[in-house]
Design a protein around this ligand. Structure first.
Ligand code: NDP
Ligand code: ZN
Length: 347
């Protein structure tokens, strides 16, 4: 990112590992819709000459003197969020905000990201996970961000077995929310999107009803389908600045609204007063940045290895080599009909 609305290539000095850190060479990377918000909406404010990217798997090239569990040559999964584990926020239970709000998200936010020949990982023993032998790069690179973000959407929604759930937005994040909601035991499961490729995979991941937001108001469609009752939980995983309000409207009193969307513009996000019971509906609104760290990555590995999730099915476009990085990033901006998620292989 050269500045708001501008991308290109830059030369930087090679990163240096401190005693607890690692330097990693990427083997596969993926652009995220968040990179698009960051560059083209300037959602984090201006950033000059910042290396983008926070979804990578790679090979360790160097470790600091105090790193115990990783060595050069190891193949690793690198979480999008790499907290400072020795922090007050971690002790409060929110590793994502170590060092300040959203500051656990370092790559492509507070420090150079992973779209580089080599990148720096702080606290390697706490932040890296070993990539299992035999795991495909396409599957592995869906684990740093897409799987844990989407699944967190379902966790924040506090789904209980048999409950009715709606996922608004079924790009790669929302698709993983659908999969997460199914794992947590959703009964009826609405998925809101438009593109057929996403709707088909949502059905495969466990959605029972596809709601097309281009074919009418989603609030009306979901309330009609539930005889006016609404859903127990709504997960916002995409959409527009109206999506949170719509989620409140479709959720029953006492239900939960969970947000993992990154609202990229506007100073406020509207809450519909009456649908929120004039402030007294007991509808719980929650939202969070994806968790990072080693344990979370190891849990994602197990979900994939034991076939609870199949995130590699979201990979619709595979490129080879850095020279195709910009093409992959722009695909994520343009969202053509046949795209869910592009991946760039660098091995
Ligand atoms: P996509 O753009 O791929 O998917 C967005 C989805 O929203 C699509 O299904 C799209 O439908 C749908 N949509 C668009 N407009 C509307 C609308 N008006 N009403 C309802 N649905 C609509 O995004 P991703 O899945 O890649 O990412 C989703 C969000 O999650 C992004 O904001 C991203 O930045 C954020 N994110 C958050 C993270 C976190 O830590 N919380 C981590 C990673 C990402 P269609 O395309 O079919 O028209
Ligand atoms: Zn992301």
């Amino acid at each position: 990112m050269l500045g708001i609305g501008k991308v290109g290539w830059i030369e930087k000095d090679a990163p240096v590992a401190g005693p607890y850190d690692a330097i990693v060479k990427p083997l596969a990377v993926a652009p995220c819709t968040s990179d698009i918000h960051t560059v083209w909406e300037g959602a984090l404010g201006d950033r000059k000459d910042l290396i983008l990217g926070h979804e990578a798997v790679g090979e360790v090239v160097e470790v600091g003197t105090e790193v115990k569990d990783f060595k050069p040559g190891d193949r690793v999964i690198v979480p999008a969020i790499t907290p400072d584990w020795r922090s007050e926020a971690v002790q409060q239970g929110f590793q994502q905000h170590s060092g300040g709000m959203l500051a656990g998200w370092k790559f492509s936010n507070f420090k150079d990201g992973v779209f580089a020949e080599e990148f720096h990982v702080n606290d390697a023993d706490m932040n890296l996970a070993h990539m299992p032998k035999g795991m495909s790069l396409e599957q592995a690179v869906m684990l740093p961000d897409m799987a844990p973000t989407g699944i967190q959407g379902a966790e924040l929604a506090r789904i209980k077995p048999g409950e009715t759930v709606a996922v608004i937005g079924i790009g790669p994040v929302g698709l993983m929310s659908v999969a997460g909601a199914a794992i947590l035991g959703a009964g009826r499961l609405f998925a809101v999107g438009n593109r057929q490729v996403c709707a088909d995979l949502a059905t495969e991941y466990g959605a029972t009803d596809i709601i097309d937001y281009k074919k009418g108001d989603i609030v009306e469609q979901i309330l009609k389908a539930t005889n006016g009752r609404g859903v127990d939980a709504a997960i916002v995983a995409g959409g527009s600045s109206d999506s949170l309000g719509q989620a409140i409207e479709i959720t029953r009193p006492g239900g939960t609204i969970s947000n993992v969307n990154y609202f990229g513009s506007g100073d406020t996000i509207p809450i519909p007063r009456l649908a929120w019971g004039n402030g007294m509906s007991h509808k719980d609104i929650r939202g969070g940045l994806v968790a990072g760290g080693r344990l979370k990555m190891e849990q994602m590995v197990d979900l994939a290895v034991y076939n609870r999730i199949q995130p590699e099915k979201m990979v619709t476009h595979v490129f080879d080599g850095f020279e195709n990085m910009e093409k992959a990033l722009l695909l994520m901006k343009e969202k053509p009909k046949d795209l869910i998620k592009p991946v760039v292989l660098l091995e």
